[in-house]
Design a protein around this ligand. Structure first.
Ligand code: SF4
Length: 335
């Protein structure tokens, strides 16, 4: 495997959660199609954003990449090796090399453990041979690295603020120097003033440790300046995949354009909504996605073809991929 090969590759990934009826004899009557034929690859050292509204399948995709879920169909490759059929020993290696930071720093930390023992968990789980003193020293260094006071080693999670708790989660995630970090909405539970600090921390760690970062967010503005490329998901599918700046300056899919319209603009005289279609209505149920283009029930550009034929993900002029029969053209970003 060469350095130019992708670290992560996802091919036709599907995750359909069965819907069942009955208490004793459960019968399946449908499925929630959380992820429905998703393909992309992530290069080593890249920051790859996955963006979309709640229920679009972005977090499920992250969990499938971590193999916290078994996909219904499709494949995930990590360093060229398919991870959907790993044995226990191989899975343990993957768990070292790929770590996750969760959305809710309040519930992802054991309230009865000290911060020092929480951050030391990966050393113990993965049987990293270390004397207690050495482990304590390493944990203190990790605390310092993520901006926590090492003197607070013996404190409990409730004694920290939300941003500090997320730093604890980050310290635990990088303890074993993983190759991949999947950050699932790591800032959406935090105050806006704290969000930038955590994003800066992740960016600093990425360049220091040479990490590959998959950053999952519902807000496009969060990923704009940190991601190299962005995949926009809607109802279990990738509808646009583009380099970050192109995604903002020249969105091709009307859903991406509408998401951009909902990004707050600092100067009220620059009305983004005046030039862009604003997203209306709710996301349809992933258990009964609309036929044809799944976005047609909310799309301001929809025509009759859109409800009949599903558009494939196609390369657009400029290099973006978009799944749309009537993509946006000559679009320019104001933000
Ligand atoms: Fe809108 Fe039609 Fe494009 Fe779907 S295919 S995004 S409904 S224009």
């Amino acid at each position: 495997m060469s350095a130019s090969d992708p670290l992560v590759e996802v091919r036709d990934l599907e995750m359909h959660f069965p819907l069942t009826r009955g208490v004793i004899f459960q019968r399946q009557y449908g499925a929630v199609r959380a992820v429905d034929g998703v393909s992309f690859s992530v290069a080593r050292g890249e920051t790859f954003g996955i963006v979309g509204e709640s229920g679009c399948g972005k977090s499920t995709t992250g969990r499938l990449i971590m193999r916290l879920l078994e996909p219904t169909a499709g494949q995930v490759f990590f360093e060229g090796q398919e991870i959907t059929n790993l044995d226990r020993r191989q899975l343990a290696t993957l768990r070292r090399d790929a770590q996750m930071v969760f959305q809710d720093p309040y519930s992802s930390l054991n309230p009865r453990k000290t911060v020092g023992s929480i951050i030391a968990e990966p050393f113990i789980i993965h049987r990293e041979a270390r004397e207690a003193n050495e482990r304590r020293k390493e944990v203190r260094e990790l605390m310092d690295r993520v901006g926590l006071n090492p003197e607070h080693y013996n404190r409990y999670p409730h004694q920290f603020s939300g941003g500090q708790r997320q730093r604890i989660g980050v310290a635990r995630a990088i303890a074993l120097k993983p190759k991949l970090l999947v950050a699932d909405e790591p800032v959406s539970a935090l105050d806006v003033s704290i969000q930038a600090q955590i994003i800066n921390l992740l960016q600093d760690l990425q360049s220091e440790l040479g990490l590959t970062l998959i950053f999952i967010a519902h807000d496009l503005s969060v990923v704009r300046h940190m991601c190299d490329r962005i995949a926009v998901m809607y109802l279990g599918k990738v509808v646009e995949l583009a380099e970050s700046e192109r995604c903002f300056s020249q969105p091709r899919h009307p859903y991406t354009g509408a998401l951009l319209a909902s990004v707050p603009v600092p100067d009220p005289s620059i009305s983004a909504a005046g030039r862009r279609p604003v997203l209306k209505g709710d996301v349809p149920s992933p258990s009964a996605p609309p036929p044809g283009c799944r976005f047609h029930t909310r799309c301001p550009k929809a025509q009759s073809l859109c409800s009949q034929e599903e558009p494939p993900l196609t390369e657009m002029p400029g290099g973006s991929l978009a799944a749309c029969h009537f993509p946006l053209e000559g679009y320019s970003s104001s933000s």
